[in-house]
Write a protein that binds this ligand. Structure first.
Ligand code: NDP
Ligand code: 13P
Length: 304
C-alpha cells in the first residue's frame, strides 16, 4: 500500500483517486478549494499526482515548492498541455523545479468518463527512472486499468498533448460529415505530424506508435466524450470558440496547445499542415470548409 496525494479534483484527478483507492492505497485528493492544507499531508506522501490543467501547473509547482517534499517522493504528471511562455511540457517544468525527485508521466487513451464507469483501459507510466515508473505501474494496475512502462517520458507526454489538436480536427471532420475515407486520411496523416514534432523536440519516434500516441489519437478523435473533439464538432456547426468554451465548462487543452505548437513550428521550421489549419480555424481566420479545402489543395508530394 502506498500513500498518494492527488492535486486537482477535476474529472481526471477524481478518476485517478478512485482507481488508486480501489487498489487499497491511502489517497488524499487535494484541490485549491480543499479544507485541509497541502502541507499537512505531503510529508507522509510516497507519490504526488499532479492532475491540474496546463494553466494550473505553474501555481501547483509553486505550492509544492513551498512544502517540504522529500526528494524520494515520486511526482506523477498527467497534464496534457504545453506552457505558452516557454513551450515546455509539464514534466519538463516539474523536473526543473524538483531536479532530485523522480518524475513520471502517466498518459494514454484514458477518457475519464469511461474509467469512472469501470470500463477497461490501458495506459503508460514513463520515466527516465524506470524503477519509479514501475512503482506507479504496480500501484495503478488493476483488472480494469493495465499500465505499461517506458523510458521516453517526453514522447509519452507529447503523444497525449499533440493528439488534442487533431481531436479538434476530427470533430470538424465528423461535424461536416466528410465520411470515413476523410476521417481515416486525417488520422493517418496526423501521426507523422505528431512524430515530426516529437522527434524535433527530442522524443523517440516509436513511442508515438504506442498507447500514448496512436492509442490516444484514436480514442480522442473517435469519441464525443472528448472535449477537444466536441470543440471541433461545434465549430463545424458554426458556433464561435468563445461560445463553445463557455458551454463546455471544462478543460479543452487542444486550444492552447494548438497556439503553442504553431509558435514552436514557426520558430523551428517544422511542417505541421493539419495543425496549421486547426490554428487558423481556432483564430477565426478561416471557416471549417476552407480548412478542409486548404488541406486538399496543398502541393502534391510523396506519402513518406
Ligand atoms: N478528463 C480526461 O479524460 C483526461 C484528462 N487529462 C488531462 O488532465 C488535465 C486535467 O483535466 P481534467 O481533470 O479533465 O480537467 P477539469 O477541467 O475537470 O479539471 C481541471 C483541474 O485543474 C485545476 N486547476 C485549473 N487551474 C488551476 C490553477 N490555476 N491552480 C490550481 N488548480 C487549477 C482545477 O482546479 P479547480 O477545480 O479548483 O478549478 C481542476 O482540478 C488536463 O491537462 C487534461 O488534458 C488526461 C487524461 C484524461
Ligand atoms: O486525454 C483524454 C483521453 O485520453 C481526454 O480527452 P479530452 O481532454 O479531449 O476530453
Amino acid at each position: 500500500m502506498a500513500i498518494l496525494t492527488i492535486i486537482g479534483g477535476g474529472a481526471w484527478g477524481s478518476a485517478l483517486a478512485n482507481l488508486a483507492t480501489k487498489k487499497g492505497n491511502q489517497v488524499h485528493l487535494w484541490s485549491r478549494r480543499s479544507s485541509f492544507e497541502l502541507e499537512s499531508v505531503i510529508t507522509s506522501t510516497d507519490i504526488v499526482v499532479s492532475a491540474v490543467s496546463m494553466k494550473g501547473v505553474a501555481a501547483t509547482v509553486d505550492r509544492l515548492l513551498a512544502t517540504n517534499l522529500s526528494p524520494n517522493t515520486i511526482i506523477v504528471t498527467v497534464t496534457k498541455g504545453l506552457d505558452p511562455a516557454t513551450t515546455n511540457t509539464p514534466s519538463q517544468i516539474w523536473q526543473t523545479a524538483f531536479p532530485h525527485n523522480p518524475i513520471v508521466v502517466l498518459s494514454g487513451p484514458n477518457l475519464s468518463e469511461e474509467i469512472r464507469q469501470g470500463l477497461p483501459a490501458a495506459t503508460v507510466a514513463a520515466s527516465f527512472d524506470l524503477s519509479a515508473a514501475k512503482q506507479v505501474q504496480n500501484i495503478y494496475s488493476s483488472e480494469i486499468f493495465r499500465v505499461y512502462v517506458n523510458q521516453d517520458p517526453l514522447g509519452t507526454e507529447l503523444g497525449g498533448t499533440l493528439k488534442n489538436v487533431f481531436a479538434i480536427a476530427a470533430g470538424v471532420c465528423d461535424g461536416l460529415q466528410l465520411g470515413t475515407n476523410a476521417k481515416s486520411a486525417l488520422l493517418t496523416r496526423a501521426l507523422p505530424e505528431m512524430i515530426r514534432v516529437g522527434v524535433r523536440l527530442g522524443a523517440q519516434a516509436e513511442t508515438f506508435y504506442g498507447l500514448s500516441g496512436l492509442g490516444d489519437l484514436l480514442a480522442t478523435c473517435n469519441s464525443s466524450l472528448s472535449r477537444n473533439y466536441r470543440v471541433g464538432f461545434r465549430l463545424s456547426q458554426g458556433k464561435s470558440l468563445e461560445e463553445i468554451l463557455q458551454e463546455l465548462q471544462s478543460t479543452a487543452e487542444g486550444v492552447n496547445t494548438t497556439n503553442v505548437l504553431i509558435d514552436l513550428a514557426n520558430q523551428r521550421g517544422i511542417e505541421v499542415p493539419v495543425s496549421r489549419q486547426v490554428y487558423r480555424l481556432l483564430n477565426g481566420e478561416i471557416t471549417p470548409e476552407q480548412a478542409v479545402l486548404a488541406l486538399m489543395e496543398r502541393a502534391l508530394k510523396p506519402e513518406i
